[in-house]
Design a protein around this ligand. Sequence first.
Ligand SMILES: Cc1cc2nc3c(=O)[nH]c(=O)nc-3n(C[C@H](O)[C@H](O)[C@H](O)COP(=O)(O)O)c2cc1C
Length: 192
Amino acid sequence: MKVLVVYTHPYPESFNHAVLEQFSRGLQAGGHEADVLDLYAAGFNPVLSAADLAALQQGKIPDDIAAQQERVTRADGLAFIFPIWWSAMPALLKGWIDRVFSLGFAYTFGPAGPQGLLKHRKALLITTCGGDQVFFDQSGIQKAIQMTVDLGVFAFTGVPKVQHEFLYNVVQTDGATRQKYLEQAYALGVHF
Ligand SMILES: Cc1cc2nc3c(=O)[nH]c(=O)nc-3n(C[C@H](O)[C@H](O)[C@H](O)COP(=O)(O)O)c2cc1C
């Protein structure tokens, strides 16, 4: 499958970067074609502006949004690697979705209401967390993220299969668990 990997972390020495490396190696081993979009390195502007909305309303797509939409369209699958920041995705990734998943590109309004337009077979999200699994389950925060992201973004835009993997406790856990997470990232790439 052609997979667009949207990676959101500013620090090349981060655990997220190690996850990206293993996931990319896994994709290659699985015979997939990866297009890695490093949002911080790309300097993507995440602010949906009045000028954007005015252009989109006239059916014109700003150049930087159009370039991203072309990359999204070229892929059969979407993958996202990002840390949880304040119980949500990083603002840069949220802004990328705000601007790139525009009305008429990612969704439309039909006679039966909103309708997803994305043709991808699958979206996979790999999210690292400082908190542990008990906290994420019992607080309801994981459920909230799954509702707003998996359902509210990807099911809404028409992606039939959404898989969300949470890697817990990554700040305080031991080396063996981190290693297990990296092997999991590799396997997720192979079996995308
Ligand atoms: C600004 C910021 C906000 C964070 N908020 C949360 C949070 O709400 N819940 C949580 O479990 N971890 C939170 N964390 C911890 C990160 O999820 C954790 O540092 C990251 O997943 C570790 O991966 P990394 O080493 O690649 O950054 C936060 C970290 C930062 C920097």
